[in-house]
Design a protein around this ligand. Structure first.
Ligand code: HEC
Length: 187
């Protein structure tokens, strides 16, 4: 793999893909290209351990693994999020953020979390690495009620202990995004 090969989401979610990225990390003399993007992902996605709002609990992962979704929120997570963030909420080491125990997920004010799920998130591409490593937005696909149930599930599963999210809160954030630029998923 040369430095000009784009790194895609399918690379970063598979072990084989991560193996392709690792050699780039060892060569310190490359210019600020995709290598820098990979460094940014790794550097930013470190979770704070020991949050009082989190006590790891394996029950959610065990239930999802057996196909026992138990709630609409769990179903929405399984269908839209688990491919990247996994049924155990553990993400992918160093590249895809954890959901379990994540401070953004556990924040008292859920607005940032709602905004992320509706609008997605992407690191800026560069001319040599045009494919950003990012998260697609779900505003086009999920209703306010579905996002509320999803985030209520996410904030109370795997040992997360944060307040529920209402459809009204999601609607307010959605309205505030309507005039803002949208992030589109490429896949
Ligand atoms: C295609 C893979 C993919 C899918 C599907 C996906 N995400 Fe993400 N998610 C990412 C990536 C990559 C990031 C880091 C993006 C960034 O920070 O720019 C991220 C970031 C996050 C974060 C931020 C964590 C932090 O530390 O700030 C949360 C929370 C999150 N995702 C939740 C979800 C939820 C809930 C869903 C389902 C509705 C979902 N994601 C679907 C790839 C994905």
């Amino acid at each position: 793999m040369s430095i000009s090969d784009p790194v895609s989401i399918s690379d970063v979610v598979s072990e084989a893909g991560l193996a392709k990225i690792k050699p780039l990390r060892l060569s310190g003399s490359q210019p600020f290209t995709q290598q820098a993007n990979v460094f940014i992902m790794i550097g930013e996605r470190t979770n704070v351990a020991g949050s009082p709002k989190f006590a790891a609990n394996p029950a959610t992962a065990a239930a999802l693994a057996k196909g026992n979704e138990g709630s609409r929120g769990a179903e929405v997570y399984d269908d839209n999020c688990a491919a990247c963030h996994r049924t155990g909420g553990e993400g992918s080491p160093k590249v895809l953020p954890k959901i379990a125990g994540n401070p953004t997920v556990l924040a008292d004010d859920p607005d940032s979390l709602i905004r992320l799920v509706l609008a997605g998130s992407a690191l800026p591409g560069t001319t040599t690495a045009p494919s950003p490593l990012g998260m697609p937005g779900f505003a086009w696909r999920l209703s306010n009620d579905e996002v509320a149930q999803l985030l209520t599930f996410v904030r109370s599963s795997w040992g997360n202990r944060a307040s529920s999210v209402s459809a009204g809160q999601v609607g307010r954030v959605r309205a505030s995004l309507d005039s803002a630029p949208k992030v589109h998923a490429s896949n």
